[in-house]
Design a protein around this ligand. Structure first.
Ligand SMILES: Cc1ncc(COP(=O)(O)O)c(C=O)c1O
Length: 496
């Protein structure tokens, strides 16, 4: 079994390296070259459990026929339940990404799937040109759950962010009296708010921004977690600032938890400068951090909250912006919308997704399990003090940061490949950080399995991997943000 696993690991790594281009030169990276470069000998034609296509075939087809806008760990999801995932060959894994926190309620949650099937048999789409009999119920449940007057439904997280930005600008002109076309949004270094033009214009991530300029203007950067820096920005530009957009914990940046008191200080500053406090809780919300919203950790009520991901219960894309009337009603009929936003199918799913969170007490569960999980990860850190720099997080949104010196020529992507071979699916964020964010329905025993796998990778795999000078990915040197130089703020450039 071990030998089989090892040979499969080598084979998968070879394919992964071919696909990632560490064996092929960059100029050879076309789909045509890849499909001929992977000879039939290199691909095992092992039959999948039900006789359908194998993982290797599927990965190759995806790579050939789909844009290369992701760098996946080479595993194919074929079936899933709660925290467990099976590939086409019937191998079982534990999911420690949960679709970037979109599967908080667990894969295939029966109540959510039932709601989906039931609603799909009645009506799926009305558009907001007409009313439907599910959306008002969703709107009522969402606003009462989070304590806001109104909501605006969208689909993806990035659309939710765009909505909040437009709402903030509209509010800025109509209510705050910012002169025409001069509104500013302040956002944080290291933030991630999605991939649309507006969202990447807030971003510090060179990969997300380079080659996509010019950025949407009217934007100022500030260090995350530094209330004094925000105070300085608002002191200087406050009259024109419509909103401060932030993640209460920066997820994609590597689960960066701000210092205690930061959210309270931000709330105060936004109130004093008449600036909308917009919390992007797309990744942190819906019980992920051990509270319904991560802002609840400091009992803070933002003016605008953006939700997505787990609002759709891991079943459909559902996002929403929450705000009180005086803000939300700045948007009038015809000024913003989405064909699918508020559709009855998504509404039925979101209602079920929210009910599961409340009825199954997922916040409490995430808080308790998260504490135990971090304690166990910290004991791994004690065993490997030269390798593990930090274990951090809240609830079940956690990360293990490794020292570059401890990793040597190995990347965290390589570590994740080894974790996969040991049955744990995780994804690195940046070069030295592994995010661990399983479905909130995961069991204590399954969390322990992941801790053991991580320990085993460090103990048994890493020493050998360091001898292999051909790591499957080369770690990149951290770079300053092209736009703001990171950890500094300045007025926006005209180009990204
Ligand atoms: C904080 C945050 N905002 C926005 C988004 C974008 O969401 P989506 O991918 O659904 O557009 C993400 C996605 O990871 C996120 O983590």
């Amino acid at each position: 079994m071990a030998a089989w696993r090892a040979s499969r690991a080598v084979q998968t790594d070879v394919i992964a390296r071919l696909i990632r281009g560490s064996i092929l030169q960059p100029c050879q990276k076309s789909s045509r070259v890849i499909s001929t470069a992977i000879s039939t000998e290199a691909i095992s034609h092992e039959k999948s459990a039900d006789g359908s296509h194998t993982s290797e075939e599927l990965i190759q087809w995806e790579d050939t026929f789909s844009a290369h806008n992701y760098h996946p760990v080479p595993v194919v999801f074929s079936k899933a339940k709660d925290a467990e995932v099976w590939d086409p060959e019937g191998r079982k894994y534990l999911d420690f990404l949960a679709a970037y926190s979109a599967v908080n309620q667990g894969h295939g949650n029966q109540r959510i799937v039932d709601a989906l099937v039931d609603q799909a048999q009645r009506i799926t789409l009305s558009s907001r040109a007409f009313h439907n009999d599910k959306f008002p119920m969703f709107a009522r449940l969402l606003t009462s759950t989070f304590g806001y007057d109104m909501m605006l439904p969208m689909n993806t997280g990035a659309e939710g962010v765009e909505t909040a930005l437009k709402l903030a600008r509209k509010w800025g002109y109509e209510k705050k009296g910012i002169p025409k076309d001069q509104a500013l949004i302040v956002s944080c270094c290291g933030c991630f708010h999605g991939r649309t033009m507006g969202a990447i214009s807030m971003s510090c991530d060179n990969e997300a921004t380079r080659g996509f300029g010019p950025a949407v203007g009217g934007h100022v950067k500030v260090d995350f977690g530094d209330a004094d820096a925000l105070a300085a920005v608002l002191e200087e530009h406050g009259e024109k600032v419509a909103a401060f957009l932030f993640e209460p914990i920066q997820g994609e940046a590597g689960v960066i938890v701000p210092p205690d008191g930061y959210l309270t200080a931000v709330r105060k500053l936004c109130t004093n400068h008449n600036v909308l406090m917009i919390a992007d809780e797309i990744q942190t919300g819906i019980a992920r951090t051990g509270r319904l919203l991560a802002c609840d950790w400091e009992d803070i009520r933002p003016d605008v909250v953006i939700l997505g991901k787990a609002l759709g219960g891991g079943v459909l894309p559902v996002s929403a912006v929450l705000a009180d009337k005086e803000i939300m009603l700045c948007i009038r009929p015809g000024e913003h919308g989405s064909t699918f936003g508020g559709n009855p199918l998504a509404s039925a799913v979101a209602i079920a997704a929210l009910e599961v969170v409340t009825e199954d007490k997922l916040s409490e569960r995430a808080e308790k399990l998260g504490e135990q999980f971090r304690a166990q990860l910290q004991s791994v850190q004690k065993t490997y003090p030269d390798l593990v720099k930090e274990v951090r997080g809240r609830g079940l949104l956690n990360a293990v940061e490794l020292f570059p010196s401890g990793l040597g020529n190995v990347s965290t992507y390589d570590v994740c490949l080894r974790l996969k071979e040991r049955g744990i699916l995780a994804k690195p964020t940046h070069d030295t950080i592994i995010r661990l964010s399983p479905p909130l329905t995961i069991s204590q025993r399954q969390l322990e399995e992941a801790v053991k796998a991580l320990n085993d990778v460090f103990e048994f795999d890493l020493p050998n991997m360091k001898h292999d000078t051909e790591g499957s990915t080369i770690r990149k040197t951290p770079q300053a943000c092209d736009r703001c130089g990171r950890y500094k703020y300045k007025m926006p450039e005209t180009d990204l």
